[in-house]
Design a protein around this ligand. Structure first.
Ligand code: ADP
Length: 494
């Protein structure tokens, strides 16, 4: 990474953003705009259109028209593939510019952002572009006077609501399979991190995606997100974000056209360390990285450390040492390990969780406070809290910040019991040199993904989806495609 190039990009003013509807950039119907604050220094970076319900309806109408006239779904697979491949190339060609813009908007450390944002987004788009002409229908084993065909059709208009932690990566997880299968999309980026994703959408048009196939509306969740959720003309809603919003989306669907709703929600992922871990120092670094990168604003963050009681004190000390080696600061500095918290609201919420943890008997081993306040930005010291009981708030509620709660256990059964004692089930990890124990943990800990002797980093070949109140349906891998197709049966008498 070239610091000089990054600094040159960060010095550039960011022009105001508007919606993308029917291939054109348009302002809000009432002219409204929103200030976008940079978490790096708390200053206004630019503005975006503050969408109205009418804007969302216009975007949905555009997507519907594009779907009905088959301007995209009707193209030969090879043509759709070419456009998506070109889009992936353009994302890669503009990777640094996109990543710096995204970091100025959401505060993720640039080293992580570059890899996880444009890098991953391009890879995802390419994966589904390559897949789209390898997906076949089926002939059913019917009696010989019948031809039973099972066809895979695009669903129609997909509404995608995206969070602020990894807008391009998560955006691509939805856009890649949705567009590959011939759907039209309306995107609703987060109000606190929309810029890089909006720019990425422009590149899709540059790559040759027909106007109207991909529309994007910025604005507040409770206005434009709600009107997307309540629309009679959106066929599928795909979402990554908080449980509260996920619950609302299900209500919107029930109150409107009963659209399919796929949710990737939060987690309270247990990171389980046995005394027989192959290398406890490596494990300690993975525990620190697993919660503190991107200031803990990662859906699969290992936010609960479950550690075998016999090594509790030494291991917590090792995690604290690994944490002290992670410098917090300017996310556009290539050496920064932990960038800024996305918003001041989020930062204050994080600090509130630490206070609650202390009031419930937890002990702050390191961190616990706001730092670098003189920058005007939103920074929090990575925080480790010991003495967190299985029923404590820090066990039960997702913080979505750099706060690690530590709970000791004495047996395999107790580890599983504590691990499963939340409403969530997104991710988890276990460190042990005992193969049988590792497999038992994979089997018994209720999650969508379980890591063994490593944490995070699962690539696009495997699904990511939660169980329990962490959601339903999967992003990534060929399995994600199921969300964006309908199965149609043709029952033909011969
Ligand atoms: P967080 O609290 O982490 O920001 P949210 O679930 O509020 O998570 O945000 C994720 C996405 O959901 C954002 O794009 C946001 O605008 C959107 N959103 C928030 N509230 C609603 C709502 N009532 N209806 C639809 N979308 C919403």
């Amino acid at each position: 990474m070239d610091q000089q190039k990054i600094d040159a990009l960060r010095a550039q003013a960011v022009a105001p953003f508007s919606h993308l509807i029917d291939g054109k950039h348009v302002p809000a119907s009432d002219g409204g705009t929103m200030d976008i604050l940079s978490p790096i220094d708390g200053r206004v970076l630019t503005t975006t259109a503050k969408g109205t319900a009418a804007d969302m309806e216009a975007a949905i109408a555009s997507a519907r028209a594009a779907f009905e006239d088959r301007r995209w779904a009707g193209q030969p697979p090879a043509a759709r593939k070419k456009v998506l491949m070109k889009w992936a190339d353009l994302i890669e060609e503009n990777a640094l510019e996109l990543a710096v813009l995204g970091v100025r908007d959401n505060g993720t450390e640039i080293a992580m952002a570059l890899k996880a944002e444009p890098g991953s987004a391009a890879g995802t788009i390419r994966y589904y572009a390559e897949a789209l002409d390898k997906i076949y229908g089926e002939i059913a084993p019917t009696s010989s006077d019948i031809l039973g065909m099972i066809q895979k059709e695009p669903v129609g208009v997909v509404g995608a609501i995206i969070p602020w932690n990894f807008p391009m990566m998560i955006g691509a997880w939805k856009l890649g399979p949705a567009l590959a299968m011939g759907n039209s999309v309306v995107l609703k980026p987060s109000e606190t991190a929309s810029l890089s994703l909006m720019r990425m959408c422009d590149l899709a048009l540059e790559a040759g995606l027909p106007p109207g196939v991909l529309n994007a509306v910025t604005g507040e969740g409770k206005i434009v997100g709600e009107s997307m959720g309540l629309s009679m003309d959106v066929d599928v809603l795909v979402f990554t974000g908080s449980g509260g919003t996920g619950r609302r989306l299900m209500e919107y669907a029930a109150r409107s056209n009963m659209k399919r709703v796929y949710l990737e929600l939060g987690g309270k992922s247990p990171h389980i360390i046995f005394a027989d871990a192959p290398d406890l120092d490596v494990a300690a670094k993975a525990v620190a990285g697993g919660i503190f990168r991107n200031s803990g604003q990662v859906c699969v963050a290992g936010s609960r450390l479950l550690v075998e009681a016999s090594i509790h004190d030494d291991f917590v000390a090792a995690v604290a040492k690994a944490t002290s080696g992670m410098n917090v600061g300017d996310p556009l500095n290539v050496d920064t390990a932990i960038g800024a918290v996305n918003s001041e609201v989020q930062l204050m919420q994080n600090l509130g969780f630490v206070e609650t943890a202390q009031s419930e008997g937890g002990e702050v081993v390191t961190g616990g406070d706001r730092i670098l306040q003189d920058t005007g930005g939103y920074y929090m010291a990575p925080t480790i809290v010991t003495g967190v009981t299985p029923d404590a708030t820090l066990t039960q509620k997702e913080v979505f910040g750099p706060v690690l709660g530590v709970t000791p256990f004495n047996s395999d059964d107790e580890a599983v019991q504590i691990a499963n004692a939340t409403v969530y089930g997104l991710a988890g990890g276990v460190w042990t040199a005992n193969l049988s124990r590792a497999h038992r943990m994979v089997r018994d800990v209720r999650t969508g993904v379980m890591h063994v002797n490593t944490y995070g980093g699962a690539d696009g070949t495997v699904p990511l989806g939660g169980v329990g109140q962490s959601g339903n349906g999967s992003d990534k891998s060929l399995h994600a495609i199921e969300k964006y197709i309908n199965l149609k049966t043709a029952w033909i008498k011969l």
